[in-house]
Ligand binder design. Structure first.
Ligand code: PMP
Length: 325
């Protein structure tokens, strides 16, 4: 049996801010404010979560250079703008204003370690979820906090195929990074954890592989990598795009976007998750079918090493994706 995910929660929970352990500043209502001054009334709980959209962006500390590299921030802020458009929210701030605010926040919070940037856009008036909104202005809150990378630690996940189905474009579009979509993810993660798995693979309405609760999925069969298309009920992942490029252009691994069947997960030579939080996470087994040797396969290992070097600024390639703080 693998360790239930719940056992790992304290470590992960420790990465979230608490009254004893939080950064000095966050960004809210267009300016940097002291953490303790950023408060709202308790009655704003609830409907402000409906239509809220967000991003998760990583920054990697390069110890040799003594500086942080923020990874793919422009792509993340472009997706944030698209998510806001989908929920018919207008932004009082441009993407560049949010980007500059993020960089200043990392600097002023004196982050000299791997970090995570979390911008959240929401309707501050707390419009009830059953009422219409149209081109209404949102508000943006953004935090930064330390978040260690898990790359090159030898981890590999045991997954199940979830009994839950992925939300779909005509119900709750996974393409928009809405907080409400993560109730679907939570059902999936909780079921996986209770049953002793690390996480799960979710099938879409058509019964094809979609993604995991927090990351996209790739399998490798006979030297070719496959990942479900963006129309399969997945978030349009930024990491997924970069991984496809690295696989093909740097590692010479052909990569195809096509439907993936559940049983292909069982017989794949290798499989891995990818995403900002997941980075590159090898999959050891699916529904207790062991993949390869039950640890990171050769293509996944090469990808993880190169991805690690690129995001941390140890490899010069893809410099256009790194913003130096
Ligand atoms: N799918 C889901 C459901 C996610 O939450 C994430 C993480 N943002 C991803 C995929 C990966 O997306 P990205 O590479 O842009 O972080």
């Amino acid at each position: 049996m693998t360790t239930p995910r719940a056992d790992r929660m304290p470590k992960e929970a420790a990465m979230y801010p608490s009254p004893q352990n939080h950064p000095a500043y966050l960004w809210w209502q267009g300016r940097q404010v002291a953490w303790d001054e950023a408060t709202v009334h308790v009655t704003s709980l609830g409907w402000t979560g409906i239509s809220a959209v967000f991003e998760g962006i990583r920054a990697y500390w390069n110890a040799e250079q003594q500086r942080l590299h923020v990874f793919a921030i422009d792509a993340h802020l472009k997706r944030l703008a698209q998510s806001m458009k989908l929920v018919r929210m207008t932004s009082p701030y441009s993407s560049d204003e949010i980007k500059q605010a993020a960089i200043k926040l990392l600097r002023d919070n004196e982050l000299q370690e791997d970090s995570y940037i979390f911008p959240l856009a929401y309707f501050p008036s707390g419009i009830p979820g059953y009422l219409a909104v149209y081109e209404q202005p949102g508000e943006v809150m953004m935090t930064t906090r330390p978040r260690e990378s898990s790359m090159l630690t030898g981890r590999a996940l045991h997954c199940n195929i979830s009994s839950w189905r992925r939300i779909s474009d005509n119900t709750m579009p996974p393409r928009a990074k809405m907080t409400t979509n993560y109730q679907n993810s939570r059902f999936v993660s909780t079921e996986a954890s209770i049953n002793g798995y690390d996480t799960a693979i979710i099938l879409n309405d058509q019964g094809k592989v979609a993604e995991s609760p927090y990351a996209c999925v790739f399998i490798v069969r006979d030297g070719v990598a496959y990942t479900p298309p963006v129309t399969a009920g997945v978030l349009e992942s930024i990491t997924r795009d970069i991984v496809m490029q690295i696989l093909q252009e740097e590692l010479g691994v052909p990569c195809r976007e096509r439907d993936v069947d559940r049983t292909e997960m069982y017989i794949a030579d290798e499989a891995f998750l990818c995403g900002t939080f997941a980075e590159i996470t090898p999959i050891a087994s699916v529904d207790r079918y062991t993949l390869g040797s039950g640890s990171a396969g050769p293509i996944t290992s090469r990808l993880e090493q190169l991805f690690h070097d690129v995001v941390r600024g140890r490899d010069d390639r893809y410099s256009e994706l790194r913003t130096i703080v």
